[in-house]
Design a protein around this ligand. Structure first.
Ligand code: 13P
Length: 255
């Protein structure tokens, strides 16, 4: 069994309802059948309608950008994993650096969110990645390893088999500065080795690890040609249908 290739679009806080509908329709028109799974992660308000548009398209799924730890209760303004499931989401991005940075999300809190997502039979796309100062100090591996330990490695092997990991170096997000293919490969290989050490080789081999950070149609081919890069988590370029679909189609045939 080969690991799943995924290209996920993180729309972040962009697109009102009409814009989201038009973008989704345009992506669907351009997206051919493919062995790569495309996952659209819009703001919550789009999910219900977008899931009706995506129904029956085997290589297109929906995801959310966040959820709460609890299933329901007095948490004004929050959205729970069972709610996301009820409108057709299958994935939830967790631990994005913007959530960590602007909303103070800690590894412990994220570990609870991961549990909530899995309990609703959704799949976490769990983000890790170092800031520029850590990269410059050569500490990128220790940062990523502690994020994985703190947020994910309490899971059983069965639970871990549902998780997608996204490596997003913070210095590459929205900056136009992409990690080189060598930097991406080196970190992805390191992450896979940690999963192997914590669980086993087979699980590590089957774990989908995405790269995120200024991934565009003109650099996706190079990044996706790396043996441990199984796709991308795309911000800015996921807001243009042609760019997003070009990235989905950026795997070399051999992979
Ligand atoms: P950009 O592709 O805009 O750099 O954003 C990456 C990202 O944060 C995806 O989650």
């Amino acid at each position: 069994m080969k690991r799943q290739r995924i290209v996920a679009g993180n729309w972040k806080m962009n697109n009102n309802f009409d814009e989201g509908r038009d973008l989704t329709i345009s992506i669907i028109q351009k997206l051919g059948p493919s062995g790569t799974l495309a996952v659209l992660c819009p703001p919550f308000i789009h999910l219900n309608y977008m899931s009706t548009l995506a129904k029956g398209i085997a290589n297109l799924k929906l995801g959310a950008q966040n959820c709460h730890t609890e299933a329901n209760g007095a948490y004004t303004g929050e959205i729970s994993a069972p709610m996301l499931k009820s409108v057709g989401a299958e994935f939830v991005i967790l631990g994005h650096s913007e959530r960590r940075e602007y909303f103070g999300e800690t590894d412990d809190f994220l570990a609870k969110k991961v549990g909530a997502v899995l309990a609703s039979e959704l799949r976490p796309i769990f983000c890790v990645g170092e800031k520029l100062e850590s990269r410059e100090a050569g500490e990128q591996e220790s940062v990523v390893s502690s994020q994985l330990e703190g947020g994910l490695f309490h899971l059983s092997a069965e639970q871990m088999s549902k998780v997608v990991i996204a490596y997003e170096p913070v210095w590459a997000i929205g900056t136009g500065k992409t990690a080189s293919k060598e930097q991406a490969q080196e970190m992805h290989k390191f992450i896979r080795s940690l999963v192997a050490k914590k669980y086993n080789d087979n699980l590590a081999d089957l774990t989908t690890i995405l790269y995120g950070g200024s991934c565009k149609p003109d650099n996706a081919k190079e990044l996706f040609s790396q043996p441990d890069v199984d796709g991308g988590l795309i911000g800015g370029a996921s807001l243009k249908a042609a760019d997003f679909v070009a990235i989905v189609n950026s795997f070399p045939d051999s992979k």
